[in-house]
Structure formats: structure tokens, C-alpha cells
Design a protein around this ligand. Structure first.
Ligand code: CIR
Length: 253
């Protein structure tokens, strides 16, 4: 169960962030509204949410998930794979140091938290355009010292591993079709998102509830079979910047 989360308010320059989505220019007021709605759900689900101020000059800094990985034993401050995003991590390290001992990923390793998928005690680490093998191994070494097993997973589609694969409780993963048959996930019950609904894969489990992005009715029907309460959230403006539900918070318990 999660008891805490950290989020960061999007800044007025957030449309200058990195994106490949091709979904058009996002709107700041709408983004703030969607961000506030997301925070409200986290608070309703019992999390103490710390909201940091926007970080001027870092238009992607509200995608806080990428700059740290939390385990019960440590907060691992990452070295983001996109040079433009380096510098977001320091103010997060200050906040997380109040909760966990700090560990750091050092260059030339790169690691984005969006590539780190915790499925119960097991961790999958995506090898992507952002996370290199050194970054995966550096995190893996920290996890192993904590008694956790991890598996690297090549990310051949999407920005991060969690753009395409997410844990939705128990032994169940929600995946896009291209990850559905990957051997790394064979031991799990797998729910595939509809091929037209790839964006639905970035669904977020929070304390026995599922936060699901709006606009994906077929995946919603499949997820309803799991019997968990579902919260549909409009994520259109974050999606225009290649982001989604998991990227907007760091969560721990
Ligand atoms: C980026 O390209 O880094 C941001 N525009 C989006 C990051 C999304 N983060 C995530 O999926 N964990």
C-alpha cells in the first residue's frame, strides 16, 4: 500500500518539453486542471501528497517518476537519459532524503524511472532510448543488495517500459500487444490492451484501485473484470508530451 506521493506542479513552459507524440500543442490551463484532478484522486485514496513547485527551465520536471526509484530501503536518484532533463533530480533528492537513504546512479549510466516496473517484489528494468545497460545494471546491483530480483527488458516500442507494461495488482500485468509474448513476462497473468488503445497500458494501481486514462473503453471493460474500483482520468495534455498517469508521481509506502 502507498502512504506517500510526491508530485510537481507543471510550469507554464511545459509545452517546451520533449515529445514525439504528434498530438498537437498542449494547453497549460487544461494541464493544470488534469494535474489537480490526479492529485485529488491520490489524496482520496489516502496518500499524503507533497506538491513541489514548478522548476523553471525544466519543462518536463512534473514527470517526477523519471528522476527517482523508491524501494522500501532506499531512494535511488537517477541520471535521466535525456540530457535536457538532467538537473531535475537535485531538488527531488532533497525531498526524498527526508524519507529514505539516498543512492545515486552515476554516469555513464543512464536510467529513467519510467523504465522501472515493480511487480510485487520483482523488478523489470527497460533498456530503452533513455536507460542504458549500465543504468539497468547499476539499479540492479542496488536491488540485489536489498534481496530483490530484477530482469532487463528490451524496449523496442514506446518511450519507456511503463509506456507499454504496467502492474495492476496480484500477478497481473497490463501490456500492449508487442510486449504480450515476451518471455520475461511469461510467469504473469497478462491482460492485453486493444491494439487501438495502446495508451491505456499506462494504467496505475494505487491501493487496490486502478487509475485508467480516459478514452479507452475496450481496455476499461477488460479491467473491470478484475473487480477493482476504476477511476477514469483525462490525461490528454500529458499524453501530448509523451507522459501519462504513472509519470506524474513518485509513490511509496
Ligand atoms: C520526456 O520525454 O522525458 C517527457 N516529455 C515525458 C516523460 C514521461 N515519463 C514517463 O513516462 N515516466
Amino acid at each position: 500500500m502507498f502512504t506517500h506521493a510526491v508530485v510537481r506542479r507543471p510550469g507554464p513552459d511545459f509545452a517546451e518539453g520533449l515529445t514525439t507524440a504528434g498530438l498537437g500543442r498542449p494547453d497549460f490551463r487544461r494541464m493544470l486542471g488534469q494535474h489537480a484532478g490526479y492529485l485529488a484522486v491520490l489524496r482520496d485514496l489516502g496518500l499524503a501528497v507533497t506538491e513541489l513547485e514548478a522548476l523553471p527551465g525544466h519543462p518536463d520536471a512534473h514527470f517526477v517518476e523519471d528522476v527517482a526509484v523508491l524501494t522500501p530501503e532506499a531512494a535511488v536518484i537517477t541520471r535521466p537519459g535525456a540530457p535536457a532533463r538532467r538537473g531535475e533530480e537535485e531538488s527531488m533528492a532533497e525531498v526524498l532524503a527526508r524519507h529514505r537513504p539516498i543512492r545515486r546512479i552515476q554516469g555513464p549510466a543512464t536510467l529513467d524511472g519510467g523504465d522501472v516496473l515493480m511487480a510485487g517484489r520483482h523488478c523489470f528494468v527497460g533498456l530503452s532510448q533513455r536507460t542504458n545497460p549500465e543504468g539497468a545494471r547499476a539499479l540492479g546491483g542496488i536491488l540485489e543488495a536489498q534481496g530483490r530480483a530484477w530482469t532487463p527488458v528490451p524496449v523496442e516500442a514506446g518511450l519507456h517500459l511503463k509506456s507499454s507494461v504496467n502492474w495492476v495488482g496480484g500477478d497481473t500485468l497490463l501490456l500492449t500487444e508487442s510486449f504480450g509474448e515476451r518471455p520475461e513476462f511469461k510467469g504473469y497473468r497478462r491482460i492485453l490492451v486493444d491494439p487501438e488503445e495502446a495508451g491505456a497500458a499506462n494504467t496505475l494501481w494505487v491501493n487496490g484501485h486502478l487509475l485508467v486514462p480516459a478514452g479507452f473503453p475496450r481496455t476499461r471493460l477488460k479491467l473491470e473484470q478484475l473487480g477493482m474500483p476504476i477511476h477514469i482520468l483525462d490525461m490528454s495534455e500529458a499524453q501530448k508530451m509523451d507522459g501519462g498517469l504513472s509519470c506524474l508521481s513518485l509513490r511509496w509506502g
